[in-house]
Design a binder for this molecule. Structure first.
Ligand code: T1G
Length: 681
């Protein structure tokens, strides 16, 4: 009996003779990964074409929205199956028949490397082309570091591989990576291009025989690395990229051998193991039990064009910007006109800084600002496809807003609350339709932070949960589902685990500088006490007051931060917090007054103080985080460890989560439940 799989396998690569052109089409949904079957069938098709004298040119295309997402990542770590991508490329490059690749949508990683082994390349005008391997902690391993410099120069190739960000077709053409950009139908343009080759008798043009036109010295390399310094802090893949690119000056066969060895090294690195784990964890996190029928990532958000955000404070304004950035019409409501004007200023300055940083043009900024319409009339929210409540974190105020929304919105319309501390179940009880209420917990700054916690109650309907996922996809956020509980996932782990342990270490004898420095050298973007001073110790204190309405925590839970708040030492905004900040600078200076305060708080609690080393600081803060993670999993607040890791990776200001691989490797025995989900267990 012929199964769907047999049919898929049979059509994974097709070959059609179109006059002098042999059309080879890849069809391997969902992303045309260059899997083993694809490679096998491509070699078969090329062999068949070469045996047919009427075929004068070969055209490789792919079906669907994108050309290819690259090598099949699910094959990593498995025994290599021939033909490898490199063998396939050699087959193409040495073919006596000119081979053309035509790319639409996205052409990434091994997919672009395949195209670079072809003799000519076309791209549709909307296509984006790139080598994102560095985002997976690996280097391009199928000739990318050797062929790209031969097509666009070593410096441009280094920039492209270090950024990992795909470039538009027009830029790829300007840089010599593609020969032609198709404005209209790609297939027609590509067939026309092939026929022109035949007519003009243009033959194969192996990229490997080309010469790298520019020279890269150490100054150039340092200049190329600089713009990526922050994003690649704590990473090592970039060093392997540089080594591979340097080899492009050698004869191709030598350079490609060096690349292969470095690619293997990167593939085996813990950094890559962790990043590949996150890649799949992020994709898993959007699949929720009970919603298996709907792969929410694939579904396009049918009806969400207008969003209403209630509350024009910092969070409300940030959420409004996030939706405007995603192309939606936003109604921003607040019953205080002054708050709306402050929000307008906030929105304008946020866009002004994006323009200044060259992220968007002035025109786009104006258009997005125009999409956010302010109103004091809550009733106008009735026309919105989705409403998000983001008023001040007060249970009675929020309940009042939700019950008003409940009365003006159609019963099935989703009402989301951005609460970070309050019970969503209790808020939903203020409506007649609790099934349509859930939490959409954005993190500061809402238009930048990639994490979105979706908080479900026991009443939340699967349809509304699916809609929440679609909203996350629309906003390009990593969605993690949490049950409605104390601090949900992210805050629970940060408060009960990471920050609480940092305070405990202060009480036992460590200094703020020591704690923050130890964790920053371990890989965190900023230490916990610096973060607290940046966000404002009062903000944390207020959140804990709300949180304790559902569950309390025993002393000395955050006793230092609470005392600092009482004393008005709120952090950077009051030039004193855990540190002193002189003359408005952001540089944290140790403050002896704070040490005396901590000593006093410790002696009041008979906490013995002692010397504490950096290793103990790192281990205790990280292990506490993992420990609370195990509890969050045990209590069913998070559905999977992968969800926790997705969330944490977004929250912890770590460019790369070296801690997961390292710590779990060292402590797998101590926390089996979390470790069990680790790729290293
Ligand atoms: N291999 C295998 N599966 C892949 C895949 C890949 N390269 N890319 C995506 N998938 C799966 C994904 O897990 C999900 O599965 C489904 O496809 C849809 O993906 C030799 C070694 C292309 C921008 O780094 O960035 O080439 O969850 O949900 O949001 O040098 O996928 O449905 O079961 O993400 O529309 C380099 C990785 C590989 C690109 C589409 N390539 N992919 O995003 O869909 S390494 C990349 C993406 C390489 C060579 C090296 C995104 C996307 P499931 P999705 P999307």
């Amino acid at each position: 009996m012929t199964t769907n799989r047999d049919i898929a396998e049979a059509t994974i690569v097709t070959f059609d003779e179109l006059g002098p052109v042999g059309l080879i089409a890849i069809d391997n949904p969902p992303v045309n990964a260059i899997s083993h079957s694809v490679r096998l069938k491509l070699v078969d098709a090329i062999t068949r074409a070469e045996k047919n004298p009427s075929i004068k040119a070969l055209l490789i295309m792919a079906s669907g929205e994108l050309f290819s997402a690259g090598a099949d990542i699910t094959e990593f770590g498995r025994p290599k199956a021939a033909p490898s991508l490199q063998q396939l490329q050699t087959r193409i490059e040495s073919s006596p028949t000119p081979v053309v690749a035509a790319m639409q949508g996205l052409a990434l990683g091994g997919g672009l490397e395949l195209a670079m082994a072809c003799h000519y390349r076309l791209a549709h005008k909307n296509a984006k082309i790139g080598l994102p391997e560095i985002t997976l902690g690996i280097i391009p391993g199928a000739g990318g570091t050797q062929r790209l410099p031969r097509l666009m120069g070593a410096r441009a190739a280094l920039d492209m591989i270090l950024s990992g960000t795909p470039v538009p077709a027009s830029e790829a053409k300007a840089k010599g990576l593609v020969d032609e950009v198709a404005e209209g139908d790609l297939r027609d343009a590509a067939l026309g291009f092939c026929k022109r080759l035949v007519r003009e008798g243009l033959g194969p043009r192996p990229t490997c025989n080309r010469t790298v036109m520019d020279h890269l010295d150490e100054t150039e390399i340092a200049a190329a690395l600089l713009p990526h310094a922050r994003a690649l802090k704590g990473r090592t893949t970039q060093d392997l990229v540089v080594e591979a690119i340097k080899a492009c000056k050698l004869p191709f066969s030598e350079g490609i051998a060096i690349e292969a060895a470095l690619a293997q090294e990167s593939l085996a690195s813990r950094e890559s193991l962790a990043l590949r784990h996150v890649f799949f964890a992020e994709r898993k996190s959007s699949k929720l039990s009970g919603l298996s029928s709907v792969n929410v990532r694939k579904a396009h958000p049918p009806a969400i064009q207008r969003v209403a955000v209630i509350g024009a404070g910092t969070m409300g304004s940030g959420i409004a910007i996030a939706f405007a950035d995603a192309g939606l019409e936003v109604l921003l409501n607040d019953n205080d006109p002054a708050a709306l004007s402050r929000s307008r200023e906030h929105v304008r300055s946020a866009y002004a800084s994006s323009v200044k940083r060259g992220r968007i043009t002035e025109g786009i900024a104006d258009e997005r600002i125009r999409r956010i319409r302010n109103t004091v009339a809550l009733a106008e929210a009735a026309n919105a496809d989705l409403v998000i409540e983001a008023v001040f974190e007060d249970i009675e105020l929020k309940k009042d807003v939700l019950s008003k929304l409940d009365s003006i919105l159609p019963p099935q319309r989703l009402i989301a609350t951005n609460t970070s501390t309050l019970s969503v179940t209790e808020l939903a009880s203020a409506t007649a339709h609790p099934e349509r209420v859930l939490g959409l917990h954005f993190f500061v700054p809402a238009h930048v932070s990639k994490l979105l916690e979706i908080v479900r109650t026991n009443h939340t309907s699967p349809e509304n949960l699916a809609t929440a996922f679609r909203v996350a996809k629309l906003l390009k956020k990593v969605a993690v589902v949490s049950r409605d509980a104390f601090g949900f996932i992210g805050n629970r782990m940060m408060l009960d685990g990471y920050f609480r342990e940092a305070e405990q270490l202060l009480l036992e004898g460590a200094t703020p500088t020591q704690v923050d420095t130890a964790l920053e050298s371990f890989g965190f973007g900023m230490g916990p006490l610096g973060v607290s001073d940046l966000g404002g110790n009062d903000v944390g204190a207020k959140a804990r007051v709300q949180l304790f309405k559902r569950e309390s925590r025993p002393d000395p839970y955050f006793v230092i931060a609470d005392r600092l708040t009482e004393m008005g030492r709120l952090g950077q905004k009051t030039v004193r917090g855990f540190y002193r900040y002189e003359n408005g600078s952001r540089e944290a200076v140790s403050d002896p007054e704070l040490i005396s305060l901590i000593e006093k708080l410790a002696s009041e609690r008979s906490i013995a103080r002692r010397e504490i080393n950096d290793q103990e600081i790192v281990e205790r803060c990280i292990l506490s985080l993992i420990n609370v993670g195990a509890m969050v999993l045990d209590e069913g607040i998070a559905a999977r460890a992968a969800d926790i890791e997705c969330g944490l990776e977004q929250r912890l200001w770590i460019p790369t989560p070296p801690w997961r691989a390292d710590v779990l490797c060292r402590h797998v025995g101590a926390f089996p439940r979390v470790a069990a989900h680790s790729p290293l267990s």
